[in-house]
Design a protein around this ligand. Structure first.
Ligand code: FAD
Length: 404
């Protein structure tokens, strides 16, 4: 900005779509861009295109509250998020792009003896997985977070589970870093190109129809987050997914005051402070199916009430903006990274309200699946047919107590 933008050059190209690619990725969000990057980097597949109906990073990857953590409990999810956290730790170096990953620690509060036991169990599982966890009693927590209202009548705070390696990152930078890395390796990033149909012949995918013409490919991946149900329907697939709106809020910039991510599951509220100083916080889904990228007033009121219960001091700050994103909710709260019954057609979706932290490992795993035909070991449980067989991956971290 100080140079008046002189000598700034575009970070990726603006190519015309070719008639044919080896692989097409539908969706230029975090997961689509990281998939393209790892296909090129890890598997040498560079004749590929990412097709984005709007602009890169205009979806949820640029709308989330940026919490990154590896505190999942059950096998199936825990090894995947643990892998993702390790990728996060090297991401700025990997992409040569500062994604501002800040391991400021995520603290999940508990409010009863039973919840403390559950937190201890989760912490042990995290440590067994090779990650970090510390159980803090009320006094230890008070030293870190003196501003909380510890004696609020309904949910008195008994302590918290601290996950020091968790934190936040700059969401746009993640999209831009993967985009630039993919572009540098020869991937075509094509914006303003909406996929309107998926061509299938004799059970094999042949390509896609788009607003910029037909494009052929023997491998196509649907990586469209909140729009997954609609895009999968173009291939005749009915996904076990409902799309719901999730809102978030940011206040005016303040001096540093909250130096962790604090998660108040019982109030459906979580908060952190951005590097710019804004308090960034959110709550639960609006709880009606919607494709609108905006929410409604009752949830705003609920989130503000929860925030005031937890830390009354935030009542003095002024909310600057609120927004919403479309969440691809699965019945068990866990995602899908799989082949489909159509040969060459892959799907990566169902990230619910927690898919930002998954961006590195999801792209890594989907690229592995597309290139080798084999599931990556960290994502082997994310099968589509688990909804047919009833073998859901219900992890509390994914389903209920956290919304970040
Ligand atoms: P997106 O960025 O939405 O990418 C999908 C892309 O597909 C979009 O750009 C869209 O335009 C494109 N597309 C759709 N249809 C088509 C089509 N027909 N043709 C071409 N392109 C198409 N997760 C966390 O881990 N931590 C958090 O703190 C967190 N907080 C959140 C807070 C909010 C308010 C929201 C909304 C989400 C939050 N999430 C969080 C969830 C996370 O943002 C998502 O799970 C994740 O970003 C989804 O993957 P994506 O980045 O690929 O999605």
């Amino acid at each position: 900005g100080l140079t008046g933008n002189r000598r700034w050059t575009p970070q990726w190209g603006d190519p015309e779509p070719q008639a044919e690619y080896d692989a097409i990725i539908i969706g230029g969000g975090g997961h689509g861009l990281s998939t393209a990057y790892y296909l090129a980097k890890n598997h040498g597949m560079t004749n590929i295109a990412v097709l984005e109906k709007g602009y890169l990073g205009g979806g949820n990857v640029g709308r989330n509250t940026t919490v990154v953590r590896g505190n999942y409990f059950l096998p199936g999810n825990s090894e995947f998020y643990s892998h993702s956290l390790k990728l996060w730790e090297g991401l700025s170096q990997e992409l040569n792009y500062n994604v501002m990953f800040s391991q400021r620690g995520v603290i999940t509060l508990f409010h009863s003896d039973a919840q403390r036991d559950a937190a201890a169990r989760r912490g042990n599982a995290m440590i067994n997985q090779g990650d970090d966890a510390e159980l803090l009693d009320r006094n230890a927590l008070r030293k870190l977070l003196p501003y909380l209202n510890y004696d609020n009548g309904r949910f008195p705070i008994h302590g918290g589970l601290l996950h020091r390696r968790g934190g936040t990152a700059r969401h746009d930078a993640v999209a831009w870093g993967y985009a630039r890395g993919a572009d540098q390796r020869g991937v075509d990033l094509i914006q303003q190109c909406e996929v309107t149909g998926i061509d299938i012949e004799n059970g094999q995918v042949r390509g896609v129809q788009t607003t910029r013409g037909a494009i052929r490919a023997k491998k196509v991946a649907i990586v469209t987050a909140g729009r997954s149900g609609q895009v999968a329907a173009m291939a005749g697939i009915r996904l076990p997914i409902e799309s719901h709106v999730l809102q978030a809020f940011v206040t005016e910039g303040l001096k540093p005051v909250i130096d962790h991510v604090v998660s108040f599951g019982m109030g459906h509220f979580y908060i952190s402070q951005s590097d710019k100083g804004g308090l960034v916080f959110g709550g639960d889904l609006d709880f009606y199916a919607s494709y609108a990228q905006r929410g409604n007033m009752p949830m705003m009121e609920h989130v503000m009430e929860a925030g005031m219960t937890l830390m009354p001091m935030i009542g003095k700050s002024r909310v600057l903006r609120s927004w919403g994103g479309i969440m691809d909710m699965t019945p068990d709260g866990s995602p899908i990274i799989d082949k489909t019954d159509t040969e060459g057609l892959f799907i990566d979706c169902g990230w619910c309200y927690g898919g930002f932290k998954a961006v590195p490992a999801s792209g890594f795993a989907l690229a592995h699946l597309m290139a080798t035909g084999q599931h990556h070991e960290t994502a082997a449980g994310f099968r589509l047919d688990r909804f047919r067989s009833g073998e859901g991956l219900m992890d509390e971290e994914a389903t209920g107590s956290q919304h970040n």
